[in-house]
Ligand binder design. Structure first.
Ligand SMILES: [Fe+2]
Length: 199
């Protein structure tokens, strides 16, 4: 039978809070013998006690059930490790600081893997008036076009939406930009390094 909460978790969390079995029992209006039984796997707390138990241990219900405390691991602030997800049904674009599970239109989206530019998706960038002026040699038709141009540095991401029947072009602040991306709605993500840009 699956146990919905483990005695080990209760004991570890109680000890972490420097609480005796008696003190925990008093908070829950049960006997210390009951707490001892839970911790040694000889009994389970009543379902109605789970919420007060989590509260007394200063953990969430999810942590109590999973048996693991959840640490807030902040994502790296390096934007160069960011990931793009694009929904093939509605075109929704999601930009994340790291890989995660993203779903749109009922589909779990894979992270976009960028490719080096090819002849059909040639990205051109030049420094103009202190900015990167970016263009792409690519059709801009309703069913096949560059949907956005993006410049990514270690601390910022600049995204410029593109529209069919307009030119594929954008201007980006140059500060620390490392990669310039173009997303084609049919062929995916392409990029160039700013090291390739003549300064
Ligand atoms: Fe394309």
């Amino acid at each position: 039978m699956n146990r919905y909460v483990t005695g080990t978790m209760i004991r570890q969390m109680r000890e972490k809070k420097n609480m005796t079995q008696e003190e925990l029992a008093a908070k829950l209006y049960v006997s210390s013998k009951a707490v001892s039984k839970w911790e040694t796997g000889q009994g389970l707390p009543d379902i109605s006690l789970l919420e007060p138990l989590a509260k007394a241990l200063d953990i969430s219900m999810i942590e109590l059930f999973s048996g693991e405390t959840v640490m807030n691991r902040n994502r790296s602030s390096n934007m160069l490790r960011s990931v793009t997800y694009v929904c093939p049904v509605c075109g929704n674009s999601i930009f994340a600081l790291g890989q995660c599970v993203v779903s749109c239109c009922g589909i779990t989206l894979p992270p976009q893997q960028s490719e080096e530019t090819d002849d059909a998706h040639r990205i051109h960038a030049q420094i103009d008036d202190g900015e990167y002026y970016v263009t792409v040699d690519h059709p801009m038709e309703k069913d096949h076009f560059i949907t956005c141009l993006t410049a990514v540095s270690d601390h910022a991401c600049q995204i410029v939406k593109q529209f069919p029947e307009g030119p594929a072009e954008a201007r980006f602040c140059t500060a620390r930009v490392r990669w310039i991306y173009a997303f084609c709605n049919r062929h995916g993500l392409f990029r160039i390094s700013t090291k390739e840009v003549n300064k």
